[in-house]
Design a protein around this ligand. Structure first.
Ligand code: ADP
Ligand code: MG
Length: 589
């Protein structure tokens, strides 16, 4: 067989390994979580691919994870029967950083450094395969992909800048498929090779892994064994006990080793909500979505009838960082399962609208084919119904949060919801109650549209708003004068997207939104005689002004809209508002 070949790590990998070892030394046990999650991912991948290509898992091998310990020598092996890796994949996956979890970790680290540095943060992220070097001097990965007829061995050492790959030649180590990781523990970390310790950690870290995890445990059963006895003593005993000649026995415990199922494999969404605690939901969320804060809310539901599926949805505590571009981001927020098989988390609005991409969750359907593709999703009636129900549930959850006057929710996700006003006409009724704005009567605290409506004057028909770039400039616009005088509340739309959102909504509870800067604002106070009088008195002045301004204005008119300012520039009824014009200008530069 060819000799082992030596490869250099990509520069970032070496840096990452240093960082992991230096920052996580007090939280070393995370290595097990990482390696189990990789094994589980590998099993997911295989199960998914074999739906369309049954040949991939033709060996009659169960989908499982087995962890064996050798406490005398300080060795832990973790074996999965998943997708394995080819030689090239070993180089790509374990020699470079291209993978999501690790990339996220590096970014978080950079962000936290930029923000003054909080190294504790990183303990919360998925740090991946390299965390095995937290506890190991040497790591050996023997792996067999169904795409390759050979099994390969990757071998690396802590603090080294290179690793080797060779073909597996030891017949005892050959596996039908999957990956076997052997960790040679550091002297001070050999405690992780105690079977009870591993068992405890597995219970702790893998309660939501949906494949069975077995650990190698010492067990015992009791049995009766005969005791050798002096014949004279035996005789004496028989006489005393008045029994027949019989051998004396004693009870002993017979020890043996065997695999023991260590986790619960029933996915949390299949359990009865009554049996699941809030902590369970939160833990599941954090582990599944790589989050470190508890969610704001969760919702676990089953729908029956026309389409059956189960789901758990979550609203996160904070918005994903560094994602300005709400629409074009891939968020992997909804994980779709079909009959418990993980299908994909890489959908593009088919299953859940993009403007709600901050909502995370799992969906498990029995009504979709296992080989469901994006094309099928787009066409599927089942998916349309699922999407509708999911969205409805998500809004129920958000309404609950917003009723509790959770300000962070609006600060984090308000932009998404305003986008929903533009994108999702069908759900206007659900979005509108969540919206919040400043107003002429509430410049510090945002109010809801319901609060506005409650505060309306008995004869007030419309909801008034003015779009501006800040509360201060909204407050000082002359358009407000008459309304303030009449004690009419005016919403201040100060976020650039507000005005478009409101224009899309058109109305709330049958009350139209009216821009107070538009030409035809009618405050219901027509006084025709007085208007006629004014027109006679100032008609010539208007003509004179119009002549001087020429094409710069469409017309110059007498109006009753002002109380103290002499004049104001307004937009035509069908024209852009000044705010919109400013936005359009900003877009074209
Ligand atoms: P991540 O899991 O976030 O992708 P890791 O550093 O944990 O990052 O793993 C890197 C990559 O190595 C994985 O994406 C996967 O392709 C590969 N890998 C790791 N462990 C296994 C395994 N047990 N079986 C198959 N592939 C694996
Ligand atoms: Mg991983």
């Amino acid at each position: 067989t060819p000799p082992a070949e030596r490869y250099e790590y990509q520069a970032e990998v070496s840096r990452l390994m240093d960082l992991i070892v230096n920052s996580l030394y007090s939280n070393k046990e995370v290595f097990l979580r990482e390696l189990i999650s990789n094994a589980s991912d590998a099993l997911d991948k295989l199960r998914f691919l074999s739906v369309t290509d049954p040949g991939l898992s033709k060996d009659a091998v169960e989908y499982d994870i087995r962890i064996q310990t050798d406490k005398d020598n300080g060795i832990v092996t973790i074996t999965d029967t998943g997708i394995g890796m080819t030689r090239q994949e070993l180089v790509d996956c374990l020699g470079t950083i291209a993978q999501s979890g690790t990339a996220k970790f590096l970014k978080a680290l950079k962000d936290s450094k930029d923000a003054g540095g909080d190294n504790n943060l990183i303990g919360q992220f998925g740090v991946g395969f390299y965390s095995s070097f937290l506890v190991s001097d040497r790591v050996v990965v023997s792996t067999k992909s169904p795409k390759s007829d050979k099994q390969y061995v990757w071998e690396g050492e802590a603090n080294a800048s290179s690793y080797t790959i060779r073909e597996e030649t030891d017949p005892e180590k050959l596996i039908p498929r999957g990956t076997c990781l052997t960790l040679y523990l550091k002297r001070d970390d050999k405690g992780f090779a105690h079977p009870e310790r591993i068992q405890k950690l597995v219970k702790n870290y893998s309660q939501f892994v949906s494949f069975p995890i077995y650990t190698w445990q010492e067990k015992g059963y009791t049995k009766e064994v005969e005791v050798d006895e002096d014949p004279a003593e035996a005789k004496q005993r028989e006489q005393d006990e008045k029994t027949e000649m019989k051998k004396k026995t004693k009870t002993v415990v017979e020890k043996y080793w065997d695999w023991e199922l260590t986790n619960e494999t029933q996915p949390i969404w299949l359990r009865n909500p009554k049996d699941v605690t809030k902590e369970d939901y939160n833990e599941f969320y954090k582990k599944t979505f790589n989050e470190y804060l508890d969610p704001l809310a969760s919702s676990h539901f089953t729908t029956e009838g026309e389409v059956e599926f189960r789901s758990i949805l979550y609203v996160p505590a904070i918005a994903p960082s560094g994602r300005e571009d709400i629409i074009n981001q891939k968020t992997k927020n909804i994980r779709l399962y079909v009959k418990r098989v993980f299908i994909s988390d890489d959908f593009d609005g088919e299953l859940f609208p993009r403007y709600l991409s901050f909502v995370k969750g799992v969906v498990d359907s029995n009504d979709l084919p296992l080989n469901v593709s994006r094309e099928i999703l787009q066409e599927s009636r089942v998916v349309r119904i699922m999407r509708k129900r999911l969205v409805r549930k998500a809004f129920d959850m958000m309404l609950g949060i917003s009723m509790s006057e959770n300000r962070e929710f609006w600060e984090n996700f308000g932009k998404h919801l305003k986008l929903g006003c533009i994108e999702d006409r069908e759900n206007h009724k659900r979005i509108a109650p969540l919206l919040r704005f400043f107003s002429s009567q509430s410049e510090e605290e945002m109010i809801s549209l319901d609060e506005y409506v409650e505060n309306m004057k008995p004869d007030q028909k419309d909801i008034y708003y003015i779009a501006s770039d800040s509360v201060t400039s909204a407050r000082s616009t002359p358009f407000l004068e008459r309304l303030l005088q009449k004690d009419l509340e005016v919403l201040y739309l100060v976020d650039p997207i507000d005005e478009v959102a409101i224009q899309n909504l058109k109305s709330y509870k049958e009350k139209n939104f009216v821009d107070i800067s538009k030409e035809d604002l009618d405050l219901g106070e027509k006084n025709e005689d007085r208007e006629k009088e004014m027109k006679q008195e100032f008609g010539q002045t208007c003509d004179w002004i119009k002549k001087h301004l020429g094409d710069k204005v469409a017309s110059v008119q007498i109006s009753n809209r002002l109380s103290s300012s002499p004049c104001v520039l307004v937009s035509g009824k069908f024209g852009w508002s000044a705010n919109m014009e400013r936005l359009m200008k900003a877009q074209t530069v």
